[in-house]
Ligand binder design. Sequence first.
Ligand code: CDP
Ligand code: MG
Length: 781
Amino acid sequence: MATERKRKVSLFDVVDEATALSGKISKMNGVGVGGNLSLAQNLNLNRWNGRPYSQRYFDILEKRKTLPVWQQKDEFLQALNANQSLILVGETGSGKTTQIPQFVLEAIKLDDKGKKMMVACTQPRRVAAMSVSHRVAEEMDVTIGEEVGYSIRFEDKSSARTILKYLTDGMLLREAMTDPLLEQYKVIILDEAHERTLATDVLFGLLKEVLRNRPDLKLVVMSATLEAEKFQAYFSGAPLMKVPGRLFPVEIFYTQDPERDYLEAAIRTVVQIHMCEPPGDILVFLTGEEEIEDACKKIAKEVTNMGDQVGPIKAVPLYSTLPPAMQQKIFEPAPPPVKEGGPLGRKIVVSTNIAETSLTIDGIVYVIDPGFAKQKVYNPRVRVESLLVSPISRASAHQRSGRAGRTQPGKCFRLYTEKSFKNDLQPQTYPEILRSNLANTVLTLKKLGIDDLVHFDFMDPPAPETLMRALEVLNYLGALDDEGNLTKMGEIMSEFPLDPQMSKMLVVSPGFNCSNEILSISAMLSGKILLLSSTSLIPKFVTVLGCIGCVLCPVRLSSAIALSGFHATVWCVPQNLLIPNCFVRPREAQKAADEAKAQFGHIDGDHLTLLNVYHAYKQNNEDPSWCYENFVNQRAMKNADNVRQQLLRIMSRYNLKLCSTDFSSREYYVNIRKAMLAGYFMQVAHLERTGHYLTVKDNQVVHLHPSNCLDHKPEWVIYNEYVLTSRNFIRTVTDVRGEWLVDIAPHYYDLENFPQCEAKRVLEKLYKKREKDREDKKNRK
Ligand code: CDP
Ligand code: MG
């Protein structure tokens, strides 16, 4: 009776392991221990799957118990029991991400009514979600994808048995679209809250509302030691718990003069440390995949050239799109000395911002911080969102240096001057919501039933202009009506985890009799998805002087940005990093690679070229050697294929017909191009008599990216990305006809709403011609 009452009073009470064990084990199939507790305990059976614990479990457990959060386990559980929301701040590496969800699980009442009682832990980065869930599955001695799982865009590794799910913040937001009260969760942990990603910020506002409606739900907001008080104020005084860090002192070094080329300087510094400094691993912060791979190769080469006077090294890359098996390499130990008594080996991790707070790598003693990261910027006036390599904030620099002092005193080499640090870097990073195109977010919010965006409880409200722009775009796409309400079209569009333009293109594609092809193109364009978050807004004084393009780009202009006392090479990457990176172009075989690419080339545009590649890949049975011989990136293709399947499932769920125009028909490619235009009619450029392209309505001068496959300069093109530099490129372009603009998107190409320009005059003629054609037709009848 007493227990009964207790259960009713406390929605969330600390259950001792024994009760939990008996409840769970008796449910486990194939485990013949039934409710025999003492036997279960004696056998050391795992609470979650009823199997005996492995030796490794106990080994890791010992290590886990030394993590700072373990000191406060009871305090944490009591605070969680007593409060609906809780804020937990702690130094990176104190065990928040891996341990807290396990504490919560241990304490959670196992539900006896068969209702799901999951714990969710969000991560802004997909790599972190994958990596941490693997680690926690190992710590709990269960199989990944079963009791512990993860869910990231286009990949769900969880099952009906999952009780702890790591997922990207974007995925939790998507789940809220179908389960507005997030009823399958008992406790939600928003991790890495200090990152202030767009999705986390939206979740803040949303969860505040959900908590009001679900008194049984608990929320834990976890963050590194940044802005904790701001979170506390926002969550109406939720208690703040601090986990004292275990940081050793870190000595900071600055360069005397600004570095011209941070990549070269970083490599040089690695080599110097390896030669002159006592043992300890090195962590280098760079900005992206190609740069990181390049640096790893160069470091390995330089160290090899030094012969056996220095110890062996292992240079390991870390970035979001790295396959999971490769990601695990960062946790492997440094290589042993080549011969006994020889110089010691060193591990060198070359990473993006991921290693700043999301992943902790033990044993790092030296940090090299060039002071840059890829950051999203958005200009609502021209609707261009780009990822730009730009200086980090001082807060980020502090976090980075902290990585050197996790296990012993360390050193951090900042590849910029102290003056720059003080004068040029922003104190804090701007939240992503202030630097993003919000079209997708607004669509999600509308789907979630939040109509009054102006009064939505944003921690930092976005600029009204950005919100207006988003509403306008969605209205043009037919996702919102003129009153701003979600339409049927908008509802279906919101189901796709894609940009609204792409979703629109998919939804309307059956009407153009080419949904199969549009699916393939969308998959090829989305094959590579990164969630990079940010560190600071580009300061005003940064001038981008040029673009060195991507690997595909034959131009490779070397460029530099100059800030006061802060020099660096910089390049740009396209919006959302939607790079169709299916082509490989190794430096030693560029000509052969270009020839291989040319065989897929379609004269009407890059989208169709991508379609050709996809078709060829499938026709060749996804053969790896075919990929190799044709300089096609097999991983990108597999990824695209996977994305395609997922999108296909959504199409089927909404009964969107899968169809194709007969390949021999002249309309085959025309229909595809029209369907693309139906989604991307706001991303069109017109060729002026001057020979330049101007983006329609925004009138920005742009150039076709040199990687394009066109054999001519079409009068009108649609483009997938706007690459922002001093010479602005549009990349992944396809030829469209002016007539189609007035047929497919007359509401956007409405001349009353059009700035005076050459395109307008051409459109006027097209409208007149259309009028005349109609008259003629009528007369003939
Ligand atoms: O979240 P927080 O930064 O507070 O720490 P954490 O990610 O929970 O990491 C706690 C400890 O687990 C660190 O010492 C990591 O090195 C270790 N860890 C690991 O060994 N392997 C992983 N895949 C993840 C974490
Ligand atoms: Mg963490």
